[in-house]
Design a protein around this ligand. Structure first.
Ligand code: APR
Ligand code: PHB
Length: 383
């Protein structure tokens, strides 16, 4: 097998296949340091924790990750709802940065001799035929690899998805009219994740570890980082969260700052010939609900199972991979859309829409059934 992309999806898939005795090679466009320096979301569903445990890469996650029983939601200035996901579903979530997971995956790949070629310029050939091949070029020359199957785990900007011809795919897309301005600061985080819907816009308080906080505020799509000096960021964050949280937030200099647009995207089917897409190569979700990494892990869980079965001569799981994975993809795409719509202020929101959004939040606060519905989707539906 050849796996394109050594992000969380590709590296996890490689380790899963290797564990089952299936040979594979991973080709990554960027350098190892570049991949390890990307700052991404950091909340794991319990099912994702179990996937990483089964792979034997969860030791540091358990030692350093922070178990969260639930999340808080602030709205209408001072209202705060604590959704106790553990009590409602029996499952907690774990805060552990994707950067740390990526490091643990690469360390395991090193120890176990899983081959990953970095800084490889990849082209795919004949993936819709019985004899696919992958050509790649690195500083040390060109190679051509023949293989049975190709896994496209190369994110939204990779080569895999665009190799599938337009007439063989259907794309579903929704853009949201804002972005998230995010910072990291070496300050103690709030004890629990807090999402806030405020008339000035959405805000989120999250964490990476006991001395590293991650905060976000909703901002216009055309804003740049230069327009958000630290003082402006903190002022805006503190104005958007309920006073009870604002007085507990410890501010400090930012050590990283970036703006990301929000959008939902799905390509169907997630396979074409002998090419199988997984993770961001097949779908993007807005970060509200932290589903991106979790979906990447559930895709490769299904794909590894199917590839292992096919190595033993049974292709039925491979043939059904896309249908199976898309069930879970659409659940998370719908949930991330729902959380985004519930918690943000839209520039063109009418007074009617504003009233119904407020009612949604009041209903959530008053109904255990509504909180249970949110909780079971947030902690993750079963695989
Ligand atoms: N050839 C080889 N590798 C490529 C190519 C290419 N042409 N194009 C992109 N890549 C690599 C990228 O450099 C990246 O390291 O594929 C990898 C894809 O990794 P991610 O973007 O992290 O995607 P994925 O592994 O699916 O993980 C999804 O990451 O983007 C977040 O929110 C998302 O948390 C989710 C997770
Ligand atoms: C994060 O910690 O970066 C984070 C947490 C929750 C989200 C999105 C991002 O919904």
């Amino acid at each position: 097998m050849v796996i394109i992309g050594a992000g969380p999806a590709g590296t996890t898939l490689g380790l899963m296949l290797q564990k089952q005795g299936v040979d594979c090679l991973i080709l990554e466009r960027q350098s190892r340091d570049y991949v390890l320096s990307r700052i991404r979301a950091g909340v794991l569903e319990w099912g994702s924790v179990e996937i990483l445990e089964r792979l034997g890469v969860a030791v540091r996650l358990h030692a350093e990750g922070h178990i969260h029983k639930g999340v808080s939601i602030g709205w209408a200035g001072s209202q705060v709802l604590d959704v106790d996901m553990l009590a409602l579903t029996g499952k907690p979530m774990v805060a552990y940065g994707q950067t740390e997971i990526q490091k643990d995956l690469y360390d395991a790949a090193d120890e176990r001799g899983l081959p990953i070629v970095f800084e490889a310029d990849v082209t795919l050939h004949g993936v819709d035929s019985d004899r696919p091949s992958v050509a790649y070029e690195t500083h040390s020359g060109s190679e051509l690899v023949h293989c049975r199957l190709v896994a496209g785990c190369d994110g939204y900007h990779g080569v895999s998805r665009i190799t599938v011809p337009q007439e063989a795919k259907t794309e579903y897309e929704k853009s949201y009219p804002f972005g998230w301005m995010g910072i990291l600061s070496e300050t103690p985080p709030l004890p629990q994740l807090l999402y806030a819907n405020n008339e000035r816009g959405f805000a989120l308080c999250s964490e990476r570890n006991p001395m590293l906080s991650r905060y976000y505020v909703q901002c216009p799509l055309d804003d740049t980082v230069d327009e958000w000096p630290d003082e402006r960021f903190w002022e805006e964050l503190l104005a958007r969260v309920p006073a009870s949280a604002a007085e507990r937030i410890v501010t400090g200099p930012s050590i990283e700052k970036s703006i990301a647009p929000l959008r939902s995207y799905v390509v169907e089917p997630m396979q074409w010939g002998n090419l199988y897409l997984a993770g961001d190569a097949a779908h993007i979700v807005p970060p509200t609900g932290a589903k991106g990494l979790n979906l990447a892990l559930s895709d490769v869980h299904y794909l590894a199972e199917a590839m292992v079965a096919s190595a033993g001569g049974d292709r039925s799981l491979l043939d059904g991979y896309s249908d199976r994975a898309l069930q879970r993809v659409w659940s998370s795409v719908r949930f991330s859309w729902f959380m985004t719509m519930l918690l943000h202020r839209f520039p063109d929101q009418t007074p009617f829409e504003q009233k119904t959004q407020e009612k949604d939040l009041e209903y959530l606060a008053s109904s255990v059934a509504a909180q249970t519905s949110m909780a079971e989707q947030y902690v993750g539906l079963p695989l």
